[in-house]
Design a protein around this ligand. Structure first.
Ligand SMILES: [Zn+2]
Length: 258
């Protein structure tokens, strides 16, 4: 299984992903444009079997129609995306398993919060999780907003129940590159977070074409939204004792204006 992370150079800093099973089938997660994906496919040996959209926002489905026309691939999306994404061939449900070749499979996670038709995809070797495609739910050092059809309380439930305790080694492949700005937010909320400060320093030195792939172990160190028990973060928010959900909601509010 080879995961190709494609940076789209879009103003929203989108990522598109190609998953090549090495047995002739390729799957595309969140095509920003068709041309970008078609150019990339030219360099690979395999046929595009399906586009999988994490959710219905335009910057995650922009390539759907063109790719279907050019390659006859199928379009797969969340069952709640009916009427929100055109020409869906297969509606996906939470916990569904999709075989990718002989060894790998994708597990569909129903992850509402950013929108209510949002899914994430867990890449597993057999039943062992290796990576997660998180769309606009979990970002590197942050989480998605809830401005366009979402709800922050539901996003909290999703992050808390489905992401907080994922295994350390699971790689995180988000829908956008917001790492640098998110690290600045982490450091603003938790000035003593040295891991975030060191990472920001190395990020500043890197050129724009290289992107850090984090794993859940690192996310739990640098992602404020996974550090809801941290005393420094809590004390900066309020002198009252806040529960995890209250901390999350206050952080989401602050991040909206960041
Ligand atoms: Zn979105």
């Amino acid at each position: 299984m080879h995961v190709h992370q494609i940076y789209t150079n879009s103003h929203l800093r989108n990522f598109t992903y190609l998953l090549d099973d090495g047995e002739g089938s390729i799957y595309c997660v969140d095509p920003y444009t068709d041309t970008l994906v078609l150019n990339y496919l030219d360099q690979l040996n395999g046929k595009l079997k399906a586009v999988i959209n994490t959710h219905e926002h335009g910057d995650h489905i922009g390539g759907n129609t063109g790719l279907k026309k050019a390659t006859n691939c199928e379009i797969w999306a969340h069952e709640n995306a009916e009427g929100k994404i055109d020409s869906i061939d297969r509606y996906l449900k939470g916990n569904e398993l999709i075989k990718l070749g002989d060894t790998y499979q994708l597990k569909v996670l129903d992850t509402p919060g950013h929108t209510f038709a949002h899914l994430c995809l867990m890449l597993m070797k057999g039943y062992s999780p290796e990576a997660i495609f998180t769309g606009d739910t979990l970002f590197n050092a942050g989480v998605g907003n809830c401005h366009n059809g979402g709800n922050p309380e539901i996003l909290f439930e999703t992050i808390h129940h489905q992401f907080q305790n994922l295994s350390d080694e699971v790689l995180v492949y988000p829908g956008h590159d917001y790492l640098e700005n998110n690290l600045r937010f982490t450091i603003d909320r938790e000035p003593s977070n040295l891991t975030a400060a060191e990472l920001l320093a190395t990020e500043n030195k890197q050129c724009d074409a290289t992107f850090l792939i984090t794993n859940m172990e690192l996310e739990r160190d640098i992602n404020t939204f996974l550090r809801l028990d941290n005393e420094e973060i809590k004390n900066k928010l309020s002198s009252d004792e806040l529960n995890k959900k209250q901390v999350f909601l206050k952080l989401r509010e602050l991040r909206n204006k960041w």
